[in-house]
Design a protein around this ligand. Structure first.
Ligand code: CP
Length: 291
């Protein structure tokens, strides 16, 4: 996605902060196909469609003919044949939305595929940072944790670099290694295994969930919180110009201590959820207007 498109989406989403007209997508129909569990992404696409005056059809693996053996691709093709205006897809299969886009007439919106990409999450993260810090260009962002399993990390590396930010990936050697250095369109991403040495250098700390469902260490190593968690002590030591993010859901007491999650004054986590509706509205509007 070119930087110009990212900028347009950020500007459209920001404009929705002052409200929706309510008929932007009046009479349109959005199909949400969520073959993997989700709360934030699924519900915010539904809320976004509703705010824009569109209606939604919601389908998961259970309750659909996927449970009888129909493939995810064939399921999308059925909805496409019914004439829906956009298909939003979450899948555990890397590249499934791209495969659907090759075969469907309706625009396909990637709501997270395997370990590959989660573009709408990264876009709402960019929106959240730009809204609160006023810019993206030149910022330094640490992405901390289970990088190897994280589609959020991959999409954020791309988006942050495209908008001029610098990314440092932090985690234990089993969750991030040097092969991740240089990822991103500008090749500026670096890798560290020492969170405490990185913290003073960054403007934003984006903590990630350890993804046990994708084979991350189970049980979670007992020293993970001490080495890589946003503990109360680390949060208390952050400068007044440093901000905390997490895409959710959070493994509380592992990636972030519960009291930090409840009361850290420079947490952007709730703003990320609210901005999800604004960004997904911008995405649906662009996808349907261009189809
Ligand atoms: N961040 C995110 O994708 O959350 P959900 O799995 O709840 O959609």
């Amino acid at each position: 996605m070119p930087a110009g498109v990212i900028r347009d989406l950020l500007d459209t989403a920001s404009a929705f902060e002052s409200g929706f007209r309510g008929d932007e997508l009046s009479g349109r129909l959005v199909a949400n196909l969520f073959f993997e569990n989700s709360t934030r992404t699924r519900c915010s696409f539904e809320v976004a469609a509703s705010r824009l005056g569109a209606r939604s059809i919601n389908l998961g693996a259970s309750g659909s003919s996927v449970a009888k053996g129909e493939s995810e691709l064939d399921t999308a093709l059925q909805l496409d044949a019914m004439g829906v205006d956009a298909i939003v897809v979450r899948s555990s299969v890397n590249g499934m939305p791209a495969r659907m886009a090759e075969r469907c007439t309706a625009p396909i919106v990637n709501a997270g595929d395997g370990r590959h990409e989660h573009p709408s999450q990264a876009l709402l993260d960019l929106l959240t940072i730009r809204s609160r810090l006023g810019r993206l260009d030149g910022l330094r962002v640490a992405i901390v944790g289970d990088i190897a399993n994280s589609r959020v990390a991959r999409s954020n590396i791309y988006g942050l670099e495209a908008m001029g930010a610098h990314v440092v990936l932090v985690g234990p050697p089993g969750m991030v290694d040097e092969s991740f250095a240089g990822l991103g369109p500008e090749g500026r991403t670096t890798v560290s295994h020492d969170l405490d040495s990185v913290i003073p250098e960054v403007d934003v700390l984006m903590m990630l969930r350890i993804q046990r469902e994708r084979g991350a260490a189970s049980p979670i190593p007992s020293d993970y919180r001490v080495s890589y968690g946003m503990t109360r002590e680390r949060a208390d030591a952050l400068r007044p110009d440093q901000w905390l993010m997490h895409p959710g859901p959070v493994n509380q007491g592992v990636e972030i201590d519960p009291e930090v999650l409840r009361s850290f004054p420079r947490s952007l986590i709730e703003a990320q959820v609210s901005n999800g509706v604004l960004m997904r509205s911008a995405i649906l509007l662009r996808a349907i207007a261009r189809s």
